[in-house]
Write a protein of this length. Structure first.
Lengths: 158, 137
């Protein structure tokens, strides 16, 4: 990874933080994607409108960049330690059966664990919540272990 | 006004994910693959997001109430339980297998492919199952 890639990462992170701040300042809510989306799908009531609008905004962000012809895979220099550029919307690495299993685990896990990378990892850590710190440590370490097993022990998958 | 606020927050979130490379699972897997050509990208993304949110929250909390709602709705639990940690572990397995957590998966909808569609359908099914298994819902 090179300096510009770190800069893009940092800038994107700041935008995510501004989004979380906006949602708290205006609506008093945590910007947790799994909570917002699963509630938009499975709960009736007055909060459905802003949740669906959030979902629309989330989808339209990267779509807008594509429409404007901006693709970081071309704009940001490739190379550096990992020799990885990034695309605005990258192609999935895993095949459909693995992605089915992964989606089920992510849905079940974030549902039972009350949050994902945004709710626990961003908003929860910013609130200094011990539950979010524990959850974040667990899902990051388990994900690293999973990648190690799939890539270096089993030699396949993503 | 509430849907406008929701849309703007979602838009900023989606732009942030795309700008930082998080809608590219190759970058995410690059970060999770500590035994490979490790890509520290997520430290910058998460670091920038947490510091901004930490400061932003404390600024908006000074007002006492949100601008468009009656009160701030914050989780109050501080205890650790098996549901939280077990859920986080299941999520970690799925994240490691795919390189997708919920935000980037949904934000990538404009680049929909069969594997991503499969992930999204299963994601919704997983959320539905978790609600069936949760006594609070």
């Amino acid at each position: 990874m090179d300096l510009s890639s770190a800069g893009f990462g940092l800038a994107g992170g700041v935008l995510i933080g501004l989004s979380a701040t906006l949602l708290m300042g205006l609506l008093g809510r945590i910007a947790g994607i799994s909570g917002i989306l699963s509630s938009a799908l499975f709960e009736r009531g007055g909060d459905r409108g802003w949740r669906l609008a959030f979902l629309l905004g989330l989808v339209s962000g990267p779509a807008l960049l594509l429409l404007l012809g901006l693709d970081w895979g071309n704009v940001a220099p490739r190379g550096g330690v990992a020799a990885l550029g990034s695309a605005v919307i990258g192609a999935p690495l895993a095949g459909t059966p693995t992605m089915l299993l992964a989606g089920l685990l992510v849905g079940l896990g974030t549902g039972l664990g009350s949050g994902c990378t945004s709710g626990h990892g961003v908003c929860g850590l910013a609130r200094l919540s011990p539950r979010s710190l524990a959850a974040t440590l667990v899902f990051v370490l388990v994900a690293m272990l999973t990648v190690f097993v799939v890539r270096h022990l089993a030699g396949g998958g993503a | 006004m509430k849907p406008v606020a929701g849309y703007l927050a979602g838009l900023l979130f989606g732009l942030g994910l795309a700008l930082s490379g998080m809608t590219d699972p190759a970058r995410v897997i690059g970060f999770l693959d500590v035994a490979g050509a490790w890509d520290p990208i997520l430290i910058f993304v998460l670091g920038g997001a947490v510091v901004t949110t930490f400061i932003g929250y404390r600024l908006v909390w000074r007002r006492g109430t949100p601008l468009l709602a009656g009160r701030f709705q914050l989780p109050t639990r501080r205890d650790l339980d098996a549901r939280l940690l077990g859920g986080a572990a299941l999520f970690g397995i799925g994240w490691g297998l795919s390189g997708y957590c919920p935000g980037p998966a949904v934000a990538s909808l404009a680049g929909l492919s069969w594997p991503l569609a499969a992930f999204l359908v299963a994601l919704v099914l997983g959320w539905w199952l978790s609600r069936r298994l949760s006594p609070v819902h």
